[in-house]
Design a protein around this ligand. Structure first.
Ligand code: NDP
Ligand code: KPL
Length: 298
């Protein structure tokens, strides 16, 4: 399969590098990373190690591929879609956090698959990516149900050794992940604590409230996600990732723009479409956006 990885930073470089063991992969990345991979190949370290030589470029238009994997940060999704519209790609799969697939689908003619990734990745330096945790990729039709394209992409991922599940219930999975991120990411980023600090704490109750609101909005969108399931998903992730610093906390610590717009902000926007109030998500989004403005990031 010819695979274009659009936005090869941490996650895209890891997944693209693993896929390159059996597929024809091109990483669309920034220099000096792209230049380093082109000149000397890519080192994958951490959980599993490999040296692999995918193509790499900074040019983001004019490509042709069977699949475009979108791994830019959520706030770059619209720009990525506009660049991909100038490419000839047969299918698109997002592995981003937050609700980004709708942005891709509204701007592209190619079919867009939904995906989630729990692999951990960190671009250590140009040409070197660390796998900080072997997780799982789950992908499937954006609206749910069986999908031959998702099956083909899933097989291509499994052929390359990636732990991959093709799911027929992506709407529920996306909203459950959104509920987890809306609760854990925002609260840990604002409180500057590891995920495990939410267990049995008032801040954990705040994360539960954000997740329950998200589940309610999912149901308004006709996605079956009971409040209890969203709350239990938060508890499960807090327990399993207790030592983790959430991606949003890492962004705040590094003074980088966060993905709040595609997480809590998306919950607020979709709730508004239904004339429904989500005060916890609204407050969390307002605080994170205020911090971003203060830091000159938006
Ligand atoms: N890292 C991880 O372990 C995981 C990440 N995710 C999700 O995956 C997504 C990506 O995260 P992550 O990999 O950490 O983010 P990164 O910022 O490391 O990677 C995104 C990369 O895309 C680059 N990029 C953006 N636009 C272009 C363009 N037009 N041409 C070339 N390169 C471009 C960015 O460069 P620049 O910054 O210069 O714009 C950046 O290097 C996020 O939604 C995240 O939540 C999900 C699970 C795990
Ligand atoms: C699951 C969780 C909360 C793990 O930290 C995550 O997805 C993130 O940090 O973005």
């Amino acid at each position: 399969m010819r695979i274009l990885v659009f936005g090869a930073g941490s996650l895209g470089t890891l997944v693209g590098g693993l896929l390159a063991s059996v597929h024809d992969v091109t990483l669309v990345a920034r220099d000096p990373h792209a230049a380093r991979v082109s000149a000397a190949g890519l080192d994958i370290i951490g959980a599993g190690s490999a040296h692999i030589s995918p193509a790499a470029t900074t040019t983001d238009t004019g490509h042709s591929a069977d699949l475009a994997l979108v791994t830019v940060k959520s706030f770059d999704t619209a720009a990525a879609a506009d660049a991909l519209a100038d490419c000839d790609v047969d299918a698109v799969l997002s592995l981003q956090n937050g609700l980004t697939e709708e942005t891709l689908a509204s701007r592209l003619d190619a079919p867009v698959l939904a995906g989630t990734a729990t692999y951990g990745a960190r671009l250590v330096e140009p040409g070197r990516v660390e796998c900080t945790g072997v997780g799982r990729i789950v992908l499937g039709a954006l609206d749910g149900g069986p999908d031959p394209l998702a099956e083909r992409v899933g097989k291509a991922f499994r052929d390359a050794g990636l732990n991959t599940l093709v799911a027929t219930d992506m709407p529920r999975r996306r909203w459950e992940k959104l509920a987890v991120n809306a609760g854990i990411n925002a609260v840990t980023a604002l409180a500057r604590v590891e995920n495990g600090a939410l267990a049995g704490d008032d801040a954990g109750e705040l994360a539960h409230r954000a997740a329950r609101e998200t589940a309610r909005v999912a149901r308004l969108e006709r996605v079956s996600l009971p409040n209890r399931v969203a709350r239990e998903a938060v508890d499960r992730v807090v327990e399993k990732t207790a030592a983790n610093r959430s991606s949003m906390l890492q962004d705040v610590a590094a003074e980088k723009r966060t993905e709040v717009d595609a997480i809590n902000g998306a919950v607020v926007d979709i709730a508004a479409d239904h004339d429904f109030e989500v005060p916890t998500n609204r407050t969390l989004a307002a605080l994170l956006r205020a911090w971003e403005r203060g830091a000159g990031l938006r």
